[in-house]
Design a protein around this ligand. Structure first.
Ligand code: ADP
Length: 403
């Protein structure tokens, strides 16, 4: 089955066409037929396609996500059949704890979650409607939610200690994000170790532009660092992660900003960018330290790593110990230095990094802890698109979701 995987943002659209079926996923033989990215949707959009002939870039006037989806479909159809579509949907609220075949009711439910993710869900819906517009009901569609994997997190971990009526009235609680990534790498760990879901007790760190950590016990998250929105938790490229909420009032009154404007500062001007006042990009920060001896870049990296280590400690306590720590995301997969800085000082917990193995693990699956180490450490590249494609096939065939 050729599955068109779509990840629609405010002005960008990532897509992949993946050929997979139950047999292929069992044997890890899924095939990526084409992938690409459309940026600057709303104006003169830039389209980059990676296919058999390498990467090709072009421009087109694409007014919105719908136009971008239609463009991709027309581009693919001469060469490939499209049998199904799988969509990354950011927020499923409390309504979705797993991926689902999209129906009118599902679209309405995703709309009902717009309040929780006003910047994301509308674009995801636009993507779904655009595929419908092109194919009608001939091409079944599946929604895979960022929040779904975290829906089993127990009440004491998802409730905030604010008046309970706010949870009742507005569903203010921890939802968590990056669920597809945490789910994928914990699944890969299970395959590598040849263990069951019930035996899967790991802490997964997704460190990309957005960053989050999940405590996974018995195969399911018991806690995660992102909250009602992706703003909570770890230090990120431009997001602050955890702060004292009273800081919002102080900044608002001192700077003459509205609460919305302060939230925007915390989302877009904080984190690595805010601390360094240089860049949100970890690689560039590391270069600034090496080439210019930038102390601010160094400080930003230190705050980033300290926060991550603190969460590992907290989750070891929350889940009564873990068997493994898994690094993923652009930073987690590619930066031995950051992994070493985060793991340094965790030897007391039985987590001992293998310097050599860590150094060589760049963009590949690898065990990077010493033997024996009470807590094993892995670098595992994430592949959310693959999981979306697999979920799409499973949902359409009515198969359970083993990963
Ligand atoms: P997104 O969350 O947007 O998908 P990625 O997962 O690609 O982002 O992660 C982007 C981050 O990964 C950037 O901060 C980038 O600098 C960092 N990164 C990528 N490669 C490396 C590397 N070799 N060393 C350090 N950081 C890296």
């Amino acid at each position: 089955m050729n599955v068109l995987v779509l990840n629609a943002g405010s002005s960008s659209l990532k897509f992949q066409l993946i050929a997979t079926d139950l047999q292929r996923m069992e044997e890890n033989r899924d095939q990526r037929l084409c992938r690409g990215l459309i940026e600057r949707i709303g104006g003169d959009a830039v389209i980059s396609i990676r296919g058999r002939q390498g990467t090709q870039t072009s421009n087109a006037a694409l007014t919105d996500i719908g136009a971008a989806v239609a463009y991709i479909i027309r581009l693919l159809l001469p060469d490939f059949d499209i049998h199904a579509a799988g969509h990354r949907v950011v927020h499923g609220g409390e309504l979705f704890s797993e991926s689902v075949v999209i129906t009118d009711v599902v679209i309405k439910d995703i709309r009902d979650c717009i309040d929780l993710a006003p910047l994301h869900n509308p674009h995801n819906i636009a993507g779904i409607l655009a595929v419908r517009q092109e194919f009608g009901s001939k091409v079944p569609q599946v929604a895979v939610f960022d929040t779904a994997f975290h829906q089993r997190i127990p009440e004491p971990a998802y409730l905030y200690a604010i008046p309970y009526r706010f949870y009742q009235r507005y569903r203010i609680r921890r939802y968590g994000f990056h669920g597809t990534s945490h789910r994928y790498v914990s699944h890969r760990y299970r395959v590598l170790r040849q263990i069951t879901r019930e035996q899967t007790n790991v802490i997964t760190l997704h460190l990309g532009n957005g960053c989050s950590v999940a405590a996974i016990r018995g195969g399911y998250p018991v806690d995660t660092s992102m909250g009602m929105t992706p703003l909570e938790g770890l230090v990120m490229g431009t997001r602050s992660g955890d702060i004292d909420p009273a800081i919002m009032t102080v900044i608002a009154s001192k700077e003459g900003l509205s609460v919305h404007e302060v939230e925007n500062v915390l989302n877009t001007q904080s984190g690595l960018l805010g601390l360094s006042e240089l860049t949100n990009d970890m690689r560039e920060l590391q270069q600034s330290v090496i080439q210019q001896g930038s102390t601010r870049a160094q400080l930003a990296i230190q705050v980033f790593c300290y926060r991550a280590r603190k969460y590992i400690g907290a989750y070891l306590a929350a889940m009564s110990g873990a068997d493994a720590v898994i690094f993923t995301g652009g930073i987690g997969e590619n930066s031995p230095e950051i992994r070493a800085a985060i793991c340094g000082g965790l030897e007391w917990a039985g987590l001992k990094l293998d310097e050599e193995a860590n150094h060589h693990a760049v963009g590949v699956e690898a065990r990077i802890s010493r033997e024996p180490s009470h807590i094993t450490v892995y670098a595992i590249p994430t592949d959310e698109e693959l999981l979306i494609a697999r979920d799409t096939v499973r949902c359409i065939l009515g198969e359970p979701h083993p990963s």
